[in-house]
Write a protein that binds this ligand. Structure first.
Ligand code: NAI
Ligand code: MG
Length: 456
């Protein structure tokens, strides 16, 4: 195992920090500390737990600037995006804090007594986060898990541990008990695997590749361990001829270029009805070219670099010599893991139209009618998100119901909110995060029957 992680600024290739990794023995010790802290935490009155989480949110809010700077440095996210991401952590903490006193059970009519349910915390939860949205995705698991009375051990991705470590500092400042929320940087197959296999960890929340997610699921199965998987996607953006084509073309670039396409919800398959195909492409080209790649610190920048040299190689492999490139944007030359926005005109069974690319590349596919659109949209093992553009309300609902994916948007690409459920169909995942059910996912339902029979 590596004893240190070199943290590289992907826009400059400079090493910005080195971070010690967590050994399996240190994972053991962390689980013990977390288990002890969890008992204290779960025993606090709900209102007090909520207050501590609100204070955590306020400390994060007071440090949005420094958190955004760290995200910019280690992940290359443009300042505007990074600022939004830090604000999202604050919002998630507030939303979760509001749930602590509303984590109600039910009272069920039965014969001979009363029956009530309790939502009991699980204990110690491991959150294994990816590098694409290091702060928000870490908080998606952490905030509701803490709110429901659990301890959290967060393993950030190898490339992006800095914001997570900073959040752990803020948690202590806010008054969370020592040991309740610990950040354990390290390699997936070492530190991550030690968490997954640890019998003291009750649930694993994983976001990342489908291949790694399947491995983790198998290891959790061996211990009947609770598990949430948030995996890859190949989401369609379906543009019908009756849509506002100008609006659809204007919105399309952000839907696959935001975060340089390193987004599980990226609308990387653009399905366009054949009768408006040429018009749509005419409008799409200038919109894509106007999506500026460059210095993440420049407020005019829309798109930063890819996370690593390895990720750039992976993305490049989808656009080999002779690939059907319709047009491309520009990207800086020289240092940094830059890759230009790229639009391909392909066929539904091309590798670029089937596999998750996780870079600023989309493939445009023509379709004939509604049934054809739904068939192409569903011709994937994934099912995370999707968008459709139409002015026909009936069609909007029919197609939303027909596309096999967890998160659909009509005349919009917005599909992730802390207040609405999020997760995938098929190979895109297992379970749901966020939304009204977020806290309950970190509990066991306990049923208690109390006899009201008179004792004889
Ligand atoms: P990955 O799935 O290997 O890594 C994600 C997280 O899992 C990291 O924290 C990593 O350290 C950890 N991990 C890796 N192996 C592990 C193991 N055996 N046990 C426990 N934890 C482990 O993803 P990677 O290699 O960084 O990216 C590869 C591809 O995965 C990307 O190109 C993209 O297609 C996809 N991906 C999808 C994400 C999403 O949001 N759904 C996020 C990140 C990657
Ligand atoms: Mg990997």
């Amino acid at each position: 195992m590596l004893h240190e992680l070199d943290i590289i600024n992907p826009a400059t290739e400079d090493t910005v920090a080195t971070v010690p990794t967590t050994s399996p023995a240190e994972v053991d010790a962390a689980v013990l500390r977390a288990a002890a802290a969890q008992e204290t935490w779960a025993a606090l009155p709900p209102g007090d737990r909520a207050r501590v989480l609100r204070r955590f949110a306020e400390v994060v809010d007071a440090h949005i600037g420094p958190l955004a700077q760290l995200e910019l440095l280690e992940a290359g996210h443009p300042l505007g995006n990074a600022t939004w991401e830090a604000g999202n952590v604050r919002d998630l903490l507030h939303y979760a804090a509001g749930g602590v006193e509303r984590l109600t059970g039910s009272q069920i009519p039965v014969a001979g007594g009363i029956d009530v349910t309790f939502q009991e915390p699980l204990g110690v939860v491991a959150v294994i986060a990816p590098w694409n949205f290091p702060m928000p995705i870490a908080a998606w698991g952490t905030a509701p898990a803490l709110a429901a009375g659990n301890a959290v051990l967060l393993k950030p991705a190898e490339t992006t541990p800095l914001t997570a470590l900073r959040l752990a500092q803020y948690a202590l400042e806010a008054g969370l008990p020592e040991g309740l929320f610990q950040v354990l940087p390290g390699e997936g197959p070492v530190t991550g695997a030690a968490l997954v296999d640890h019998p003291g960890v009750a649930k694993v929340v994983f976001t990342g590749s489908t291949a790694t997610g399947r491995q983790i699921a198998a290891r959790c199965a061996a211990q009947t361990k609770r598990l949430t998987l948030e995996l890859g996607g190949k989401s369609p953006n379906i543009v019908f001829a009756d849509a506002d084509i100008e609006a659809a073309a204007a919105a399309a670039p952000g839907s696959f270029l935001d975060n340089t396409g390193q987004d599980c919800c990226a609308r990387s398959r653009i399905l366009v009805q054949r009768t408006v195909y040429d018009r749509f492409m005419e409008l799409l080209e200038p919109a894509v070219k106007a999506f500026t790649a460059g210095d993440p610190a420049d407020p005019a920048t829309d798109m930063g670099p890819l996370i690593s040299a390895a990720q750039r190689e992976r993305v490049r492999s989808y656009v080999p010599e002779g690939a059907p490139v319709a047009f491309r944007g520009e990207a800086p030359e020289g240092k940094g893991f830059w890759y230009p926005a790229t639009v391909l005109e392909g066929r539904p069974d091309d590798r670029s139209a089937v596999e998750e690319i996780f870079g600023p590349v989309a493939v445009v596919l023509p379709f004939d009618d509604e049934a054809d659109a739904v068939r192409i949209a569903n011709a994937t093992e994934y099912g995370l998100s999707g968008s459709l553009w139409t002015r026909d309300v009936g069609r909007a609902l029919r197609v939303s119901r027909a596309v096999a994916a967890g998160n659909l948007s009509v005349n919009s690409h917005a599909s992730v909110r802390y207040s609405t459920p999020f997760g995938g169909f098929g190979q895109s995942g297992l379970g749901r995060e966020l939304g009204p059910g977020a806290l309950a996912a970190f509990t066991e339902t306990k049923n208690v029957f109390i006899s009201t029979e008179e004792s004889k």
